[in-house]
Design a protein around this ligand. Structure first.
Ligand SMILES: C[S@@+](CC[C@H](N)C(=O)[O-])C[C@H]1O[C@@H](n2cnc3c(N)ncnc32)[C@H](O)[C@@H]1O
Length: 214
């Protein structure tokens, strides 16, 4: 098991502020909605189901996969599986497509995302779409961090993924919300932040190769 500890488990109040502010215009959801087909789709590292709730339609069933039991919100979304991206409890070719938004597949993070990516190729039908959303960097949100918190495009290009950038914003409802979240998230920010920050999101878009042949 390679579960990345997530602050939202202990601080659902702060995660609610983050999820409401992050991409408030819904541009990432809108793009995912166009990229994903009808059928059965996996959301890996689904959090509390924010994205799954918005992408599910009568023709598109989203299976929300999340390892942290405390994150799973059955009021928000119906179909949940508690599992790790590296050991998906599904047969080969179970899904028509899969996506992950800011979860597990952090190419500059503590883990190598390769084992999880192999699981996506195995569980998504050959030719099915795989989309990974992560920070693109070079924006006002990422500039708060002392470290590079953007995805590494070389990692994804090297694995045959294309890249699309979605220009969106972090828009907080109040100055107090902006302060609370950013001060916590970036471990102290010094002065009061604006309530509107530019935010660039990278969508890494690939095609399932199916299970490994050996
Ligand atoms: C930043 S949250 C993103 C949640 C959701 N995708 C969203 O956009 O709101 C990261 C999520 O990844 C989950 N996670 C951590 N390790 C994981 C793993 N090995 N496999 C799948 N998900 C994982 C965390 O529990 C957390 O819910």
């Amino acid at each position: 098991m390679s579960i990345i500890p997530f602050y939202g488990v202990d601080r659902p109040d702060l995660f609610a502020i983050e999820r409401a502010a992050m991409d408030r215009p819904g541009r990432v959801i809108e793009r995912l909605d166009r990229l994903l087909p009808a059928g059965t789709i996996a959301d890996i590292g689904a959090g509390d189901g924010f994205t799954a709730e918005r992408l599910a339609t009568p023709r598109r069933r989203i299976v929300a996969v999340e390892p942290a039991r405390a994150m799973i919100d059955r009021n928000r979304h119906r179909t949940w599986v508690q599992a790790d991206a590296e050991a998906l409890p599904f047969r080969d070719g179970s899904f028509d497509a899969a996506y992950a938004t800011w979860a597990y597949f952090f190419s500059r993070g503590p883990l190598d995302p390769t084992p999880g990516l192999e699981e996506l190729h195995r569980t998504v039908k050959p030719g099915g779409t795989i989309v990974i959303a992560d920070n693109a960097g070079d924006d006002e949100f990422c500039a708060f961090s002392q470290h590079d918190i953007s995805a590494d495009p070389r990692f994804w290009r090297g694995r045959g993924f294309g890249i699309e950038i979605v220009d969106t914003v972090f828009a907080f409802e109040t100055a107090a919300d902006a302060w609370r979240l950013l001060d916590f998230y970036f471990d102290g920010i010094g002065s009061a932040p604006p309530t509107l920050l530019t935010y660039r999101v990278a969508l890494f878009i690939g095609v399932s190769q199916g299970p490994p042949r050996y």
